[in-house]
Design a protein around this ligand. Structure first.
Ligand code: RB5
Length: 153
């Protein structure tokens, strides 16, 4: 399995710890985040991870900024990306089972490293359940493709 990881200046330490955590599980990690605490612009790293995921170069992505919000917003602008900010493992697990998220995001200024590891583990271990959930994801894709949702007419 190959996972892309991206972060801004607020999350260098957490990125390094999550990268080591993933590698200890035998997962290959592509690091497109920054490695210094010099102020930078999170949309760049959000885009880089999203691009790798959307192009099928990796099996999923992890994004970390101060809150996880900005970097996931940027990632979600790439077609086909379903990124969510998680501050708890339950949301991370359900985000894969019901929403088939392909990127998980969190905030280094919001949660601690042990919670972050649990979030990543639950997310990686969960599987999309399909069925009724697929129809809802198709609706989200319809909004993305046409900026319109027939079901809302
Ligand atoms: C950087 O100060 C901060 O704005 C960023 O890490 C993130 O929290 C944005 O959503």
């Amino acid at each position: 399995m190959k996972i892309a990881i991206g972060n801004d200046h607020a999350a260098v330490e957490m990125k390094n710890e999550i990268k080591a955590h993933l590698e200890a599980k035998g997962i290959e990690v592509v690091n497109v985040g920054v490695d210094t605490t010099e102020s930078c612009n999170y949309p760049v790293m959000g885009y880089k991870v999203a691009r790798l995921v959307a192009d099928g170069q990796v099996d999923g992505g992890v994004l970390i900024c101060g809150t996880g919000v900005g970097i996931s917003l940027a990632a979600n602008k790439v077609k086909g990306i379903r990124a969510c900010v998680c501050s708890d493992p339950y949301t991370a697990k359900l985000s894969k089972q019901h929403n088939n998220t392909n990127i998980v995001a969190f905030g280094a200024r919001v949660i601690g490293i042990e919670t972050a590891k649990m979030i990543v583990d639950e997310w990686l271990g969960a599987r999309f359940e399909g069925g009724r959930h697929q129809g809802r994801l198709d609706m989200i894709a319809e909004i993305e493709d046409s900026q319109h949702l027939k079901a809302a007419d």
